[in-house]
Design a protein around this ligand. Structure first.
Ligand code: MG
Length: 261
């Protein structure tokens, strides 16, 4: 127990120091050998619950690229570039098919504004991370977590609206299962030095049901389930929607559009 507490304290200090200063050239992330997933999961402070306002579903602005309008998955494919195998329901929504894996946009994006709506079933089962888990990966590598956290305890840096395993949401405005949640995500892509380290980190701002949950948050590196974020130089990338494989909690999406910035 003592060792776990010490490890968490060490990681907290490490992440804090990442956040407060730029990573020096040639920096290698610490060796994660011997680490468990639990060593990068934090339970406090718990973001306060906030009842979101009644923001209406927004339709796409005229200069947006509509990625999903409810009709088909023509703008999407699986990780091999084949047809996206999620279910288009005919009512403007689509639903994860866990056998089909993640889906991603055929197009790649740099800086953008992304609008996306998601909903878990009213009769959702499961708990912790196995309760409507999905995710929106920015440039295919930085996950904004999707999860039912209306009444579901989990580590705070794995809640909906978190940058998974990096930054907890400022508050928790999640709606009840069966109701639609809305993310508006503003993303600034990183730039890299010749040695592959960040010249400027990626930054993200997230509104969750119209409530600010990430305020120009610096992304530390790729989303990792175990260990520390790491990074490698990359260019434009797709929006990826995660199929987490939860057996009883198929998650649905609708009204997805993006504006290049
Ligand atoms: Mg996820």
């Amino acid at each position: 127990m003592k060792r776990i507490v010490l490890s968490l304290a060490f990681m907290g200090i490490t992440l804090l120091s990442y956040a407060q200063s730029s990573i020096p050239a040639g920096y290698q992330h610490p060796d994660t050998k011997g680490m468990s997933p639990q060593m990068s999961e934090f339970y406090a402070p718990v973001p306060a619950k906030v009842a979101p306002g009644d923001a209406a579903t927004s339709s796409a602005p005229s200069d947006a690229v509509v990625l999903f309008d409810g009709k088909n998955l023509d703008k999407w494919c699986n990780s091999k570039g084949e047809a996206a195998g999620w279910k288009v329901n005919g009512d403007g929504t689509m639903t994860v098919n866990k056998r089909a894996g993640d889906i991603q946009t055929k197009d790649n994006f740099g800086d953008f504004q992304l609008h996306i709506e998601w909903c878990v079933p009213a009769d959702i089962q499961g708990e912790n991370q196995a309760r409507g888990n999905s995710g929106v990966y920015l440039q295919g590598r930085y996950e904004v977590q999707v999860l039912d956290v209306y009444e579901n305890k989990t580590y705070v840096n794995g809640m909906a609206g978190s940058i998974y395993k990096q930054s907890a949401p400022l508050v928790n405005p999640c709606r009840k299962p069966g109701e639609w949640n809305v993310y508006d995500i503003i993303y600034t892509a990183p730039t890299f030095k010749e040695d592959g380290t960040y010249r400027t980190h990626p930054y993200v701002t997230v509104f969750f049901n119209g409530v600010l949950v990430q305020n120009h948050t610096m992304i530390l590196g790729n989303t990792e389930y175990i260990g520390f974020p790491h990074y490698e130089a990359h260019g434009a990338g797709p929006i990826v929607l995660q199929s987490h494989g939860d057996p009883s909690a198929p998650i649905s999406y609708r009204n997805i559009w993006i504006r290049n910035l």
